[in-house]
Write a protein that binds this ligand. Sequence first.
Ligand SMILES: Cc1cc2nc3c(=O)[nH]c(=O)nc-3n(C[C@H](O)[C@H](O)[C@H](O)COP(=O)(O)O)c2cc1C
Length: 437
Amino acid sequence: MGYPHQPHAKETVVLSQYFGDPEARTYQGWVKRGGYAALRTALARKPAEIVEIVKESGLRGRGGAGFPTGLKWSFMPKEKSKPHYLCCNADESEPGTFKDREIMRWTPHGLIEACAIAQYAIQAEVTYIYIRGEFTEPLAIMQRALDEAYREGVLGANAMGTGKRLDMYLHRGAGAYICGEETALMNSIEGRRGNPRIRPPFPAAVGVFGMPTTINNVETLAAVPHILNRGAAWYKSLCLSNPKSTGTKLFSVCGHVRRPGNYEVTMGFPLKDLLYDLCGGMRGGRTLKACIPGGSSVPILNREETESCLLDYEGCATQGTMLGSGGVIVFDDSADMVYQIMRLARFYAHESCAQCTQCREGTAWVTKILQRILAGDGHQKDLDLLLDLSEQMTGKTICVLSDSCAAPVVSGIRKFRQEFEAYLTGARRPAGAGVAV
Ligand SMILES: Cc1cc2nc3c(=O)[nH]c(=O)nc-3n(C[C@H](O)[C@H](O)[C@H](O)COP(=O)(O)O)c2cc1C
């Protein structure tokens, strides 16, 4: 099976080097490509040294929040009176994001190696790789690679002949967006309902099974073997803009571009170049209207902001949005932003775990108001009501699912108000038959 995308000269190919190369999926193929050398190096060093190298590299979390990875690892207790755990977050349910599944599909041994290094660095006995239930192909590929890794002695009681124990399990989720939230993920592994937990205590103190736990995203972990092989200074040097954002990042681009797909670029790459150059611009010669750069949970950018945005944590913040998970959703001038925002709100209403009132009621209420506007039954005061509701949904709940629903609503009304008003004044006809509201 081939991979549809051939790397462009402007891409920086690190994590995606072996996408499309089926031989890299096997243990022998992975070793032939230099695989498991980083794990061997790691196991010969002290865990604290690995944590320092990762800190030095500047690697930050690719799951959404951008927290410094080495610093997160350093929060794990140094004494070993209790078992420690690593959870690899492979839930990847954020709309617009489709990169972790590709890492698992093409470089399963790369992820196993990465988890094994992280596990050793935080002195954990076990890694749980929590995979979204619908990922049937990545699941089968990961299971095959895991079985091979045990057979070849990479994992198990005597990992790589070092006498150290490294165990790893795949845990299949049931396809709930909320289970990607780290504390809901831990509840789900324990066999409970995937409800987020109140923090503190933080997972490094009380995590899965009540034990110290680190949770990292697939893409975050996948960078670690490269950092060990090529050095923290090399990783740090991969930076086009702000020194606080280092390395490469996979961007999943979907929507109205000519060539949607995953693109790996250096941090700080211009969003404009990603869309117009790598992705070939808008389909059918249309013009860009809006873009969500970090998965559906982050504020929407208008055209001017999109064309000025640099793709790193700080560059996105400058434009009032976030890098998030790197799911880039593109809208051309044919998009009905009221409808698009309603679709996002409906997703969050469906996926709310319903623990917090602001989220349970807020996501559903916002969706109903947007549907009413689209049906031509909106009131003039609905926009203020939506903004007021969104404010009540932000910063007040156990996790940020509620905030994630509010972000596109608030930014959408602020930047595309005239489209909402067109429905309210009757200048735009209600979404008719065939448009599912
Ligand atoms: C509702 C919700 C869903 C999330 N879904 C995911 C997900 O699918 N994958 C992921 O890696 N992180 C997800 N996160 C972020 C995780 O809680 C956590 O921050 C992340 O896994 C930490 O890894 P990192 O430091 O390597 O980024 C989600 C957060 C929220 C609030």
